[in-house]
Design a protein around this ligand. Structure first.
Ligand code: GLV
Ligand code: MG
Length: 326
């Protein structure tokens, strides 16, 4: 181990992250009553340019008027390369900064992008006398952002999570996609022919590298890694498959761009009864091994050691957080 201790960001349950356009007050009202862990009110890409000002007003009103208790609420501001971003931060922070938990920064390219927003937010917090610190969610969705992901992750004490913005990432890297966040059949291998001359096509996960890299940058800086959107909203099986992949890699949650995806994400990112039971058995088997002076033992025919304790502890802690807040 290193002498460097990774301090952890503010703990929040973040299994589902529901995207709601700021241009649609009815959707915001529904989301406040829904079961997403985090709701982000969008001022960016779900809002057309001539609706930006009205959407900002709607979001401020929704934060004032609606009951968001039991939820984490975020606002996705516009990108730093637009003419909207400074007013998004100033108006939202000045008028409802005490009602908000997080600001989501899209298309982050460098650590100084985060610093810029941090400076603005810090000044407003002090000027308004807010006592609750706003956290940051950052969307990694450009080749530049991916190149600098580790620096971005460590750029501010406000940072809480890194999100994979797969749609913009595909645009930025010129990846070939069919459905936002889903697989492409061309990303596949052909197996060797069997004795009958038949080969099989095995699809691969074209997002593996991006998600895995985001997970590493997030965890090395004590942040949550959150998988982004899945565009085929009628395809619950496809959404589940993608969510399971990212959960296996270490993501804590996934975006829901349709309310029907919220419950699926909540289920998939909650530890199952079976996992919790196994983790508890690992902890008691290791407790016994310790008493017997052993560092590693077999459980159900598989070797477990001190690293297994750490994995089991993480899982049990996660299950406790889910049962306290879920
Ligand atoms: C999200 O913002 C995305 O581009 O996928
Ligand atoms: Mg995007």
């Amino acid at each position: 181990m290193s002498h460097t201790i990774v301090s952890q960001c503010t703990a929040r349950i973040n299994r589902s992250e529901q995207a709601v356009p700021g241009s649609n007050p009815t959707f915001m009202e529904k989301a406040a009553k829904g079961s997403a862990d985090v709701v982000f009110l969008d001022l960016e890409d779900a809002v057309a340019p001539d609706e930006k000002e009205q959407a900002r007003k709607n979001v401020i009103e929704a934060l004032h008027e609606l009951d968001w208790s039991g939820k984490t609420v975020s606002v996705r501001i516009n990108g730093l390369d637009t003419q909207y971003m400074y007013r998004d931060v100033v108006d939202v922070m000045e008028q409802v900064g005490d009602k908000l938990d997080l600001i989501m920064i899209p298309k982050v390219g460098t650590a100084s992008d985060v610093y810029m927003v941090d400076t603005l937010v810090s000044q407003i917090e002090i000027a308004k006398g807010y006592t609750k610190r706003i956290g940051f969610e950052m969307i990694i969705e450009t080749a530049l952002g991916m190149q600098n992901v580790h620096r971005i992750a460590g750029a501010s004490v406000r940072n809480e999570s890194l999100h994979f913005g797969v749609a913009d990432y595909a645009a930025s890297t010129q990846a070939r996609t069919i459905n936002i966040g889903g697989p492409n059949p061309d990303y596949s291998v052909l197996t060797h022919a069997d004795e009958n001359g038949k080969s099989e096509v095995h699809w691969g996960d074209m997002w593996h590298y991006a998600v895995a890299r985001i997970v590493v940058a997030a965890r090395a800086n004590g942040l949550r890694a959150i998988d982004g959107p899945f565009g085929d909203i009628k395809n619950a099986a496809g959404f589940s498959a993608q969510a399971r992949l990212s959960a296996v890699l270490g993501c804590e949650g996934k975006w829901a761009i349709h309310p029907s995806q919220v419950g699926i994400a909540n289920d998939i990112f909650s530890p199952s009864e079976e996992e919790i039971m196994r983790a508890k058995r690992v902890l008691s088997a290791m407790e016994e091994a310790k008493r017997a002076g052993q560092g590693a033992v077999a459980l159900d025919g598989r070797l477990i050691d001190l690293a297994s304790i750490r994995q089991a502890e993480v899982l049990v802690r996660k299950a406790e957080t889910v049962s306290e807040n879920g």
